[in-house]
Design a protein around this ligand. Structure first.
Ligand code: DMJ
Length: 587
């Protein structure tokens, strides 16, 4: 609505000559200024008279045109096209115009060599084929919508994104890029350019939109250098800012991005915000400041840390619920799975992404891991290490599929672990990987359940019907990827391949990939959803597992919690400018 009208007011009523050149060359150039005024001016000839006048003018212009040389006509057409394109650009990108110029640094390891070993190469090619199957079907049946229903072959909308559309496209961009699916990347980019619209009346999940849309756009920018992604990311980041308008600055979980009104999930303890949600904005928001030159994004997430650091933590643990008005904890439930998980992940990765200058993030991470080890990590009688949940001091001996990401996190953080604990943290990662592999191996389908228990005589098995589903989640494969990169133990590739075979056997259907309702059953009952994170995470981590380590190397990238790679802001690249140091509270 903010665009100036294109100068074509009379197009619909002008009788264009049916010349081979058509009418395009007659349009903006041929329209005298007066004719634009005809539309609104009181002096315009009414009704038939006006049509006749227009008709005569069109004939006159057509005659003039026919007297022109073909090159002149071609020149006119070119100029007209350029003008229309220019007008359209001016219309579409007003918010972006404020962004500072920024030289684009070519990314390190955005693509790599083919693996030398033919068997590995073949496996990698298979994973690319899976991506193609998922993408092609999304494109065929749900293009432009958020997700695909692969059985009913239609779009699936999740209320996490309100009516923001295109989650699968934005989530898949960087996977398409690193798999060198150039045509698909181009069509995804064109869609973003023409259709991705945040000017909608939508109540969205701040966390989900941040990790999938902001994260996806940031990665697409850092990989391809296409400005449209930077502009869209910053535009969306600005839309999320009103979520922080709470007495403490701890953001709301839900935000209407048109009205700027936020609220929390009605089920969350005493009106609380959720640790894993407000604690999983840091990486993206620091990059938004970095790319926009506007410190406000980084300030918002640094304030979250400040609030957390002022609070007492029971046994050094972070409860999952925090009230954004009072600044007090809600229920004392602690989890490294759902509701808590990526908060811990982002503490570690904030430190890594700052080129190990963010000492505060580092301390918070290693202190938290210490408390987790003491109070939550246990070993089953069968020798499996697991991470339990903590409810007001009592342990629930249950581990979620989501919790399995922690194996990769412990291994990734091993290098910086204090008091010579590097080997211990790698070992912890390996033990969690083994437990999570067991949770897959102990099902009929060799795919892991949503949650598994270590009580009532079972180990690594789901006992409740509503915990037996698998929705194409990535966490176990994610942990294999970190363990593979950091140890090169071939068992991780082996386990990942078992998962590929199970996905192909049970989740692949004609119309894409679907989740499974009960992985202990011999017959598939499909849930009919192809989650966008299957393309952004599961398939990307698999592809990296069967690639050499020089694709998205850890020295240069950290992955956000949706597997979107963000570059490390290296000191020697002049990235720790005063402003950035200020964001990270280093000055
Ligand atoms: C993804 O959106 C992210 O990995 C998030 O951290 C947790 N949930 C899904 C995948 O399971």
């Amino acid at each position: 609505g903010q665009s100036p009208a294109l100068p074509l007011p009379l197009r619909v009523i002008r009788p264009f000559p049916k010349s081979p050149q058509g009418a395009a060359h007659l349009r903006p150039r041929a329209l005298p200024v007066r004719s634009q005024h005809h539309r609104t001016s009181a002096a315009a000839p009414p009704g038939l008279a006006r049509i006749r006048a227009d008709h005569e003018r069109a004939l006159r212009e057509a005659k003039e045109t026919l007297q022109k040389l073909p090159e002149e006509i071609r020149g006119d057409i070119r100029r007209d096209k350029e003008k229309v394109a220019q007008d359209a650009r001016g219309r579409k990108e007003p918010a972006a115009s404020g962004l500072p110029q920024r030289p684009f640094r070519p990314p390190v390891g955005a693509a790599g060599q083919e693996p030398a070993d033919p068997a590995v190469r073949q496996r990698r090619a298979k994973i690319k084929e899976m991506m193609k199957h998922a993408w092609d079907n999304y494109k065929r049946y749900a293009w432009g919508l958020n997700e695909l229903k692969p059985i009913s072959k239609q779009g699936h909308s999740s209320n996490l994104f309100g009516n923001i559309q295109g989650a699968t496209i934005v989530d898949a961009l960087d996977t398409l890029y690193i798999m060198e699916m150039k045509e698909e990347f181009k069509e995804a980019k064109d869609w973003v350019e023409k259709n991705l619209d945040f000017n909608v009346n939508a109540e969205i999940s701040v966390f989900e939109v941040n990790i999938r849309f902001v994260g996806g756009l940031l990665s697409a920018y850092y990989l391809s250098g296409e400005e449209i992604f930077r502009k869209k990311a910053v535009e969306l980041g600005e839309k999320l800012l009103p979520a922080f308008n709470t007495p403490t600055g701890i953001p709301w979980a839900l935000l209407n991005i048109k009205s700027g009104i936020g609220r929390n999930w009605p089920w969350a303890s005493g009106g609380s915000s959720i640790l894993a949600e407000f604690g999983t904005l840091h990486l993206e928001f620091v990059h938004l400041s970095h790319l926009s030159g506007n410190p406000v994004f980084a300030e918002k997430v640094m304030n979250i840390r400040k609030v957390l650091n002022r609070l007492d933590k029971p046994e050094g643990l972070y409860p999952n619920y925090l009230n954004p008005s009072s600044g007090q904890w809600g229920q004392h439930h602690v989890s490294i799975g759902g509701l808590g998980d990526s908060f811990y992940e982002y503490l570690l990765k904030a430190w890594l992404m700052s080129d190990k200058t963010d000492e505060e993030g580092k301390k918070m991470y290693y202190d938290a891991v210490q408390a987790i080890e003491t109070h939550l990590i246990r070993k089953s009688s069968g020798g499996l290490t697991y991470i339990a949940e903590w409810k007001g001091g009592l342990l629930e001996h249950k581990m979620g599929h989501l919790t399995c990401f922690a194996g990769g996190m412990f291994a990734l953080g091993a290098d910086g672990a204090p008091s010579d604990k590097t080997g211990h943290h790698i070992e912890l990662g390996a033990e969690i990987a083994r437990t999570c592999h067991e949770s897959y191996d102990r099902t009929s389908m060799k795919l892991g359940p949503e949650a598994f228990r270590f009580d009532g005589g079972v180990e690594a098995i789901a006992t409740r019907q509503n915990e037996k589903y698998y929705i194409l989640r990535p966490e176990v494969i994610e942990t294999y990827m970190y363990m593979w990169r950091l140890t090169h133990d071939p068992k991780y590739r082996q386990w990942a391949w078992e998962a590929v075979e199970a996905l192909e056997k049970h989740c692949r259907v004609d119309g894409g990939y679907s989740g499974i309702r009960d992985v202990y059953n011999n017959h598939e009952s499909h849930d009919d959803v192809q989650q966008s994170f299957f393309l952004s995470e599961t398939l990307k981590y698999l592809y990296l597992l069967f690639s050499d380590d020089d694709i998205l190397p850890f020295e240069h990238w950290v992955f956000n919690t949706e597997a979107h790679p963000l570059p490390i802001l290296h000191k020697e690249d002049g990235n720790t400018t005063l402003k950035l140091q200020y964001m990270l509270k280093l000055v």
